[in-house]
Design a protein around this ligand. Structure first.
Ligand SMILES: Nc1ncnc2c1ncn2[C@@H]1O[C@H](COP(=O)(O)OP(=O)(O)OP(=O)(O)O)[C@@H](O)[C@H]1O
Ligand SMILES: [Mg+2]
Length: 157
């Protein structure tokens, strides 16, 4: 089964189209999604586009300073973490709690989970964002666990 999918988005509109396609797979049952990539790569931009696609009406902002933003205007709750400010020590204290956000019907996005040296020990989708040039970005998806692998399979079609 295909577990990975790589898509080049040449413009922010392409990223919006990808996010909207991805949103269809997760808007009903939820998913835990960790996003990797350097500062300014396009992690939050992707989350914002997914939020638009699933009908979130609140303004979606980067949680860099508050660690967690939550939104309750879509069909299921959306949690958006940015662990950057916690750095290595702080992430240890929150990492176990993240597990709770992987259970049940909700969408959880986590930026900067790499501050934890641990592998994420539950089903999730990993998205790696790389800067290509100007407005071009590469989004690489990888699914862990059966449900997440199926989503990647769907994205590949
Ligand atoms: N094709 C594209 N896809 C995504 N973002 C793009 C694209 N083209 C341009 N951008 C711009 O790149 C920037 C990406 O910033 P964003 O806040 O998403 O980065 P980030 O990866 O979340 O960084 P940080 O680690 O600081 O949170 C935004 O200003 C966005 O408008
Ligand atoms: Mg961000």
């Amino acid at each position: 089964m295909t577990k990975t999918c790589e898509i080049i988005c040449k413009t922010l509109d392409d990223t919006a189209a990808l996010a909207s396609r991805f949103a269809k797979f997760i808007e009903n049952d939820g998913c835990f999604v960790s996003l990797y990539g350097e500062i300014g790569a396009g992690k939050t931009a992707f989350v914002k586009k997914v939020a638009d696609a699933i009908g979130i009406t609140e303004k979606v902002t980067s949680p860099s300073f508050v660690i967690l933003n939550e939104y309750h205007s879509a069909k299921i709750p959306v949690y958006h973490f940015d662990l950057y400010r916690l750095e290595n020590e702080g992430v240890k204290t929150i990492f176990d709690e993240l597990q709770e956000y992987s259970e049940g019907r909700q969408i959880t996005f986590v930026e900067w989970a790499e501050f934890s040296q641990n592998q994420i020990p539950f089903d999730h989708i990993k998205i790696n964002v790389t800067y290509e040039d100007d407005d071009s970005r590469k989004y690489s998806f990888e699914g862990f666990g059966e449900k997440c692998e199926d989503i990647i399979e769907g994205l590949n079609q």
